[in-house]
Write a protein that binds this ligand. Structure first.
Ligand SMILES: Cc1ncc(COP(=O)(O)O)c(C=O)c1O
Length: 496
């Protein structure tokens, strides 16, 4: 029978602190009775948080954020009861969280987290496996290997494809571009890992004008320069123009995008990849969320041709709905990724199995494959397809509701992203501010080809048509109020 310790209330946290000696706190943490109560208390708090997520306002209240000053205390010299630490985390921290895990958060491109992935994360955290070496962490290394195989199948990548489980698409882009740098310079007779970039042959890097900033950041980190890219103009959807490609000669990397963060549009892979390969260039795809379109036959026309690239970056914490943080790099020739990331040391035992640390920038890291495996095992390909298609259906519902109410949809809603203008820059910004303040839902702003817009990204598994309708009601009501207040002059669509 489980012995569940009662939760302490918030008041107790601040008023009833009993200082403890360091040796007491460590020996108490070894007491199974004490720690069971602690774990159960934290689990109960997590469960209560998740159970309330549908009903709570999405953005935190001002008072919640102001309450964070309670963390601004000097580092205590004496110990604190761990139950009180968790109680404080919950009572002070939880009210200042954003409801990202809930069904009406539509900011940035942020998925929720499927309950099974949260549960798997809790168990994996209890395992506390440093997933760098197959010998040391067999279970989590195996789960990464299996996840990778399944993911390759979903995206249509060949069996030779190697992968790395990293923090997010930003680092996934960096790993892929490190592999690209390795391969392009190797074919020019240069060993970049050993000899660095000083004196190396130049590598031309081609990107679209709508390249995500994390790709440029990765190029900067890798010594290839944020400013040295050749930028290809884009069309009115944000897609690279295949009729405006530069001439390339010598080592080259061409970066495509599957899923523009504003419009959801896909670069024309079917035209650009063959062009790049004919010129011996490496093709990298930033598919942070768009790559998941491949999971749906209905959407597969968008991702068609992308599997012919040489490397791909995506996120699991976006559309696969696993908890933060989780991104994945894929490289068609897994050995190339391994050669750009590997390290050896006498104290690190290597086996014939896939060695996780040979594919990532890190040596030590958490077991990200566990939640990915849990999500895929639970959903299966049918569940994954349903989850992706539902997001797109809900995005279309948003677009129709807003257009019917007289607002301007600025993009072709091909995926899960909607851009809406409520009028002038000033009006749109004020509508966004008030929507965030209202709390029914949460959306951010953006600037799309000179126009200020509100950006709606439907990436969470739990959003229902009812959530869309509730959010639409709030958006339309608020936009109506702002437009009525701002008068006819400011009411017109303006450019920023
Ligand atoms: C197209 C694209 N690439 C890269 C990223 C960076 O992903 P992350 O923040 O997970 O590192 C994003 C994030 O939204 C994105 O939309």
């Amino acid at each position: 029978m489980l012995r569940v310790r009662r939760r302490r209330d918030t008041k107790h946290v601040t008023e009833g602190r009993i200082p403890m000696k360091a040796k007491d706190i460590l020996s108490r943490q070894r007491d199974p009775g004490e720690t069971r109560g602690l774990y159960e208390d934290a689990a109960q708090r997590g469960i209560s948080y998740r159970e309330a997520i549908d009903k709570r306002r999405v953005g935190p209240l001002k008072e919640g954020i102001e309450g964070l000053t309670r963390f601004d205390e000097p580092l205590p010299s004496s110990s604190t009861d761990p139950m009180e630490v968790i109680a404080m985390l919950d009572s002070v921290g939880s009210p200042a969280t954003m409801g990202m895990a809930g069904p009406r958060f539509f900011g940035f491109v942020i998925g929720g987290s499927l309950p099974v992935t949260v549960a798997a994360n809790w168990l994996a955290t209890a395992w506390d496996q440093n997933t760098g070496l197959a010998l040391a962490t067999p279970a989590t290394s195996k789960l990464e290997e299996v996840s990778l195989r399944w993911l390759n199948g979903i995206f249509g990548f060949p069996e030779t494809t190697g992968g790395a489980f990293v923090t997010g698409a930003a680092v996934a882009n960096m790993c892929c571009l490190a592999a690209a740098r390795h391969a392009t310079l190797r074919s020019a007779g240069w060993d970049v890992e050993q000899d660095g970039l000083f004196g190396a042959p130049e590598v031309t890097v081609v990107v679209g004008e709508e390249v995500h900033p994390t790709v440029l950041k990765a190029l900067g980190i890798l010594g290839m320069g944020r400013n040295r890219t050749v930028q290809v103009p884009v069309d009115d959807k944000g897609r690279m123009r295949a009729d405006a490609l530069p001439s390339i000669d010598g080592p080259a990397i061409v970066c495509l995008q599957a899923g523009n963060l504003n419009t959801g549009a896909f670069d024309p892979a079917g035209r650009i990849i063959p062009w790049a390969h004919e010129r011996g260039a490496w093709v990298h795809v930033d598919g942070a969320f768009g790559l998941w379109a491949a999971a749906s036959e209905r959407l597969a026309r968008l991702s068609a041709g992308f599997a012919d690239a040489d490397s791909w970056a995506t996120d699991a914490h976006k559309w696969l709905n696993v908890p933060y943080d989780s991104g994945i790099s894929f490289v068609r020739d897994g050995d190339t990724l391994r050669r750009s990331m590997s390290l050896t040391a006498a104290y690190l035992p290597m086996t014939d199995l896939r060695e996780p640390s040979q594919y990532t920038p890190e040596l030590s890291r958490r077991a990200r494959g566990v939640e990915i495996w849990a999500a895929l095992k639970t959903l299966g390909t049918d569940g994954l397809r349903t989850m992706i298609e539902r997001s797109c259906d809900n995005a279309a519902r948003f677009a129709k509701g807003l257009a019917d109410a007289g607002f301007t949809i600025l993009n072709d809603v091909v995926l899960n992203q909607v851009l809406v203008s409520f009028g002038s820059e000033e009006v749109t910004k004020e509508v966004i501010r008030r929507i965030q303040e209202d709390g029914t839902c949460w959306c951010g702003g953006t600037l799309w080809q000179g126009k200020t817009a509100m950006r709606i990204s439907v990436s969470g598994w739990s959003t229902t048509p009812d959530d869309v309708d509730r959010s639409l009601e709030a958006m339309i009501r608020i936009a109506g109020e702002v437009r009525a207040e701002s008068g006819p002059e400011k009411d017109r669509q303006g450019t920023s």
